[in-house]
Ligand binder design. Structure first.
Ligand SMILES: Nc1ncnc2c1ncn2[C@@H]1O[C@H](COP(=O)(O)OP(=O)(O)OP(=O)(O)O)[C@@H](O)[C@H]1O
Ligand SMILES: [Mg+2]
Length: 388
């Protein structure tokens, strides 16, 4: 289980350390940094897939995503007694940090500004440092694998050099394989690689979720839902078929979802109470389609270790929220779930169903910085970024 995620210097997340539960619910007003949290976690999986630096470039480069406030915020600045100002000179290097801890291992990556060199890619940030540690906090004694610039060392009986020429754009998670030699690297890579993210499914008439889909076993719904029919059929043929049937019936009384095959293609059909023929996916309302997409994501027969949903309630009628809530609670028996939400009904429903198992964090903004409501220095999980 992932116990903590930590983000430093990413947009308004100046320094956020968030404990995670079996189900973690993140709420907060517009602009407090919920989607930024979602994106930061996406960047972490990017590290394991070798796309971290590329994804940062797509988000406007390090200059754009870095915390745009001062390096330190004094109480007088917070109280508005003095203007918010940076120091003439930074004390610490510019750094974007991302990390997590599970019951077994921790990982962090520290991304910084590039060193001048004769390349055209002068805006690409560099991975300056990566660490894998055992236990709950980074300390010299718990460090298992460490990367400084191009050099990676792993602790075996003593420290051993793994490589001395890792490219600054690439993570040691994506580049060093040999699982038998470096099980900690393998464990960290497998952990983040399995995280799955779903955000704002398109449901417009040209949405990839509508229409025909390739007829192939699909245990994992694509992020854009472009294989929904195949994913639904895979669920219907699995042990989760019944749960899907019940969820659809709860959201749309006496409704039923079906899949029809036309050779190499599959079509999603939806039998709605009162109609003589089932509706094709082009005919479904946005909310119906979104509910089916979310159900397919939550009932994946190959659950990830962490499933992250950004505002799943968007365009769903409040009457559908109880069915969605039950699906989230059901999924949490197989996978850890993090939900970013505005829906008070979802919050209340999850609290009812999960009680203490629900970890609810309300985010707020103070002087431009995202903070966790009620989180004091002592409630914060222990987290140390180490130094370059
Ligand atoms: N580089 C940056 N440094 C500091 N703050 C930033 C930076 N970039 C964006 N922000 C802040 O982050 C906010 C956007 O955060 P985000 O999109 O995560 O909000 P949200 O909680 O998801 O809101 P909503 O509920 O509207 O979706 C912006 O309004 C801006 O205040
Ligand atoms: Mg948002």
């Amino acid at each position: 289980m992932i116990t903590t995620v930590a983000i430093r210097g990413f947009r308004s997340l100046r320094e956020l350390v968030l404990p995670l539960g079996r189900v973690t619910l993140v709420t907060g007003a517009n602009g407090v940094g919920k989607s930024s949290l979602y994106r930061a976690l996406g960047l972490l999986t990017g590290a394991a897939g070798g796309t971290l630096v590329g994804s940062l470039a797509q988000q406007g480069g390090l200059g754009s995503v870095l915390w745009a406030g001062p390096e330190t915020i004094s109480q007088a600045m917070r109280d508005g007694e003095v203007p918010v100002q940076g120091k003439a000179r930074r004390v610490k290097p510019v750094s974007l940090g991302l990390g997590f801890v599970t019951d077994d291992i921790g990982y962090l990556v520290d991304v910084g500004l590039p060193t001048p060199s004769d390349t055209m890619f002068v805006h690409d940030p560099e991975i300056k440092r990566e660490v894998i540690f055992g236990g709950q906090a980074l300390r010299p004694a718990t460090t298992l694998v460490r990367r400084k610039g191009p050099i990676v060392d792993a602790r075996q009986d003593r420290w051993e050099r793994v490589t001395s020429n890792l490219a600054p754009q690439l993570s040691m998670l994506s580049e060093i394989a040999e699982p038998s030699l470096y099980p900690e690297l393998q464990a960290a890579r497998q952990e983040v690689r399995s995280w799955r993210f779903y955000d704002a499914f398109r449901t417009d008439p040209a949405s990839p979720a509508r229409g025909l889909h390739v007829n192939t076993w699909t245990p994992v719904l694509a992020p854009d839902g472009s294989d929904l029919a195949a994913a639904v059929q895979t669920i219907l043929e699995s042990s989760f078929g019944e749960v899907l049937g019940r969820a659809v019936d709860e959201a749309f009384p006496r409704g039923r979802v079906m899949v029809e095959s036309s050779g190499t293609r599959l079509e999603l059909l939806f039998q709605q109470h009162g109609l003589l023929r089932p509706l094709a996916s082009e005919e479904l309302s946005d909310g119906t389609l979104r509910f089916l997409l979310l159900a397919a994501a939550l009932l994946s027969p190959r659950p990830p270790r962490l499933l992250v949903l950004n505002e799943p309630e968007t365009s769903l009628h409040p009457e559908m929220i109880p069915a969605l809530t039950r699906l989230v609670a059901d999924a949490s028996r197989r996978t850890q779930v993090l939900v970013v939400s505005h829906s008070t009904a979802l919050v209340a429903g999850l609290r009812d169903l999960l009680g203490d198992e629900l970890e609810h964090h309300e985010l707020l903004k103070d002087t431009g910085e995202t903070l966790v409501a009620g989180q004091g220095v002592f409630d914060r999980p222990i987290w140390d970024w180490g130094s370059r």
